[in-house]
Every structure is written in structure tokens, then in C-alpha cells.
Design a protein around this ligand. Structure first.
Ligand code: SF4
Ligand code: SF4
Length: 374
């Protein structure tokens, strides 16, 4: 395993991290615990979950897994998050999280899922920063972090303004954030790159999620030839491309099964780092922009009209990725998802899903297209 500094916290963390958002059998606690042990035995020390992953079941199973790691004397760090913003709500949440995780403190606690600077301003107004500071003073959390779905200049602005020092505009000059979690992969790196300006300037820990683009990279290796080296699987190539980035502390993989854990650990074993100059050349070869693909994160999946949005957006991905265009999209709708194109027309354009979308996808427009094309 490779270990890197988590910003200026003094902690070294495993470059491969365990994400608890994609367990294939969340109710099979023995299997989930086995996955965590297997990862830890392979050197993984960074374990990340969240209360909304499987409706608290991920945190619950993490509690069991972490207990087993302690029993086996395997080292670990815990990371989780809160979407709450008032002190009373956060205190209720963290109380329950500490019980579920069965730990006295959380190592990396995140202000969760900033989707816009307006959303961040509203949470600050609720006093979230003071509450996080208090939790740290009380020893309930060790480090204050943020998870963001912003892109381009916005993510840099969020980090520069909230991490103290020059460029903070006096807003949060105490340097509140010690680390950031954001989506970054071979398919969307172009629109996230600016985050690293702030990561370097503020010496933040940088944890990247969705490293395989929600499965897009292994499902479409033909599109990612620019990162592949001879004999590499798409999974290994996707992860190693990120590991070549020296500013990344942890690459978080949402493991579904023990086989997934084994595949990621195997990628660590055979890893031959590229030089920084080689990495620049690889990035230059990425001619196509993959921005706009749905990653299947399901943050949008609460439509008042009952539209299964991630399924429709997944079908639209096929249109974007396949040379068969609409034909591939229609096949995906019918054969894979068994849903009707016309039902996409039930959208009443309330905008809720677009507000929640981590990839800034024009969902309403795409639903209209699907309904018409069907
Ligand atoms: S905009 Fe349409 S698809 Fe999105 S949540 Fe509202 S009704 Fe559902
Ligand atoms: S449309 Fe956006 S929020 Fe919904 S699953 Fe896709 S990427 Fe996630």
C-alpha cells in the first residue's frame, strides 16, 4: 500500500480508500465486514461512509467492521458526514453516528455535499462552522472537512474562502477546512482540476470519489485508451491515473463485493507511477470531454412524479457513448431497465432533481428528449 499525507494534519492515509456507498448486499453484515477486513489487511486505512448511504445501514455495518478491525489490531481512520446545518440537528446526528460507528470520535467529519455556493452560504448562516469547531474542541471530531459537488471556479472559491490565509477575503480566516472530498476521475478531471490550486495553496487533504466514473470507465474502456497501458485492466488504469496525481491523498472506491476489493488491491500491487511530465502528456491525449455523463449517484432520485431519474439518465449516457445513438438509448430503457420512454414525459419541471444533481446535468431537457425519441 502507498500512504500519503492528509494535508497538514500530520496523518498519513492509504492512497486507496474504502467507500461504503455501494455494498452489493448491505444486509449481509458478515460479507460487508469481510470486505472491510480484506481491505484493511491489504493496507487500507481510510474508511468513508455517510448517514444516507443505504439509509444509515452503511454506518451500522461500518460499526461492526471497525470493531473487527480493532479486534484484529488493524489501523484505520473513520470518515463520515452530515447534511445538517443547525447545532441542534448536527448534535443529534453525530450522537447517533458515534453510536452506530461505535467509536468515541470521528477522524474526518465532513460538511456534506455542497452543490452550490448559495447552498453553502445558507448552511453558514445556520452556524455550521461554529458547531463544527465546538465538536472539534470537545474531541468528538478530529478534523473538519468538506464534501463538494462543485466544479470549475466554484470549487476553488469554496476552498479558498473557507480555508483561511491569503484569498480568504476575511470570510473564514481561521482556516476551517483541513480536507476536501470531491468527484474526480479520468472522465471528468478537466472540470475539477481547479480544486487542486486550493488544495496546494491551503495544504488540504484531497480525497477523490467516483474514481471510475460510476462504472463508466470499466464499461467503456474503448473511450479511455489515453490512460491505458499494455496489460492493464480498465479498473487498474482508472485508479492509477489518479494515483499519479501527487496532490491526491486518498482515492475512494465504493466497493460492491470482495472481488472489487481484490481488484483494487491488485492495482496497487502492480502500480508503476508515471512522472509528472508523463501525466501531463496523458492528460493532453484526452481529446474528448466526457462531462455531462450521469454517474448513477442517485442524489436526484426523489422525484415527486415518481420518475426513476438515474435510470433515464443512464439510458441517455448510452446515447452519448454509443455510435448507435438513440437506438442504444432505447435498448437500454427497454431491455436493461424495463421502463417506457414516454413516461419521461411525466416531468412537471419542478427543478428539484437538477438542484440535487452532482454532475450538473440538464435532466429536464434530457427527459424531454427521451420522451420525444421514444
Ligand atoms: S424536474 Fe421533473 S424529473 Fe426532476 S424532480 Fe421535478 S418532476 Fe421529477
Ligand atoms: S442525474 Fe445527476 S444526481 Fe442523478 S444519478 Fe445522474 S449524476 Fe447523479
Amino acid at each position: 500500500m502507498i500512504y500519503r499525507d492528509y494535508g497538514k494534519t500530520g496523518k498519513k492515509v492509504s492512497l486507496l480508500g474504502f467507500g461504503g456507498m455501494r455494498f452489493q448486499h448491505i444486509d449481509d453484515h458478515d460479507e460487508c465486514v469481510r470486505m472491510m477486513v480484506k481491505a484493511a489487511e491489504g493496507g487500507v486505512t481510510y474508511f468513508d461512509t455517510a448517514p444516507a448511504y443505504f439509509d444509515i445501514k452503511s454506518e451500522t455495518v461500518f460499526g461492526k467492521g471497525l470493531a473487527e478491525l480493532r479486534r484484529k489490531k488493524l489501523p484505520y481512520y473513520t470518515a463520515t458526514k452530515t447534511f445538517k446545518s443547525t447545532e441542534a440537528d448536527i448534535r443529534r446526528e453525530i450522537d447517533a453516528q458515534l453510536k452506530r460507528l461505535d467509536v468515541p470520535a470521528i477522524d474526518f467529519y465532513h460538511v456534506w455535499c455542497i452543490t452550490s455556493l448559495e447552498n453553502w452560504a445558507a448552511r453558514k448562516k445556520d452556524g455550521i462552522l461554529n458547531t463544527f469547531r465546538k465538536l472539534k474542541d470537545e474531541g468528538l471530531i478530529k478534523h473538519i472537512c468538506v464534501s463538494s459537488h462543485l466544479i470549475q471556479d466554484e470549487i476553488e472559491t469554496l476552498l479558498m474562502e473557507s480555508s483561511g490565509g491569503p484569498g480568504s477575503g476575511g470570510l473564514e480566516a481561521e482556516g476551517i477546512f483541513e480536507g476536501v472530498l470531491f468527484g474526480y476521475s479520468a472522465y471528468n478531471f478537466k472540470t475539477r482540476e481547479k480544486a487542486f490550486n486550493a488544495v496546494r495553496a491551503k495544504k488540504l487533504g484531497a480525497v477523490v470519489m467516483n474514481p471510475l466514473g460510476g462504472g463508466i470507465i470499466p464499461e467503456h474502456p474503448e473511450l479511455f485508451g489515453f490512460i491505458m497501458r499494455p496489460g492493464e485492466s480498465a479498473v487498474a488504469a482508472g485508479l492509477r491515473f489518479l494515483w499519479d496525481h501527487r496532490d491526491i491523498s486518498v482515492t475512494l472506491v465504493g466497493f460492491r463485493s470482495e472481488a472489487d476489493v481484490a481488484a483494487a488491491l491488485a492495482a496497487v500491487e502492480g502500480y508503476q507511477p508515471r512522472s509528472e511530465a508523463e501525466l501531463v502528456l496523458v492528460k493532453e491525449k484526452a481529446g474528448t470531454s466526457f462531462e455531462g455523463l450521469c454517474t448513477g449517484c442517485a442524489y436526484c432520485d426523489d422525484c415527486p412524479q415518481g420518475i426513476p431519474i438515474p435510470r433515464y439518465m443512464d439510458a441517455y449516457n448510452q446515447k452519448m457513448l454509443s455510435s448507435r445513438g438513440d437506438g442504444a438509448m432505447q435498448e437500454r430503457l427497454g431491455m436493461h431497465w424495463s421502463i417506457q420512454a414516454a413516461d419521461a414525459g411525466k416531468c412537471v419541471e419542478c427543478g428539484q432533481c437538477e438542484e440535487a444533481c452532482t454532475q450538473h446535468i440538464p435532466i429536464i431537457e434530457r427527459l424531454k428528449y427521451i420522451a420525444k425519441a421514444g
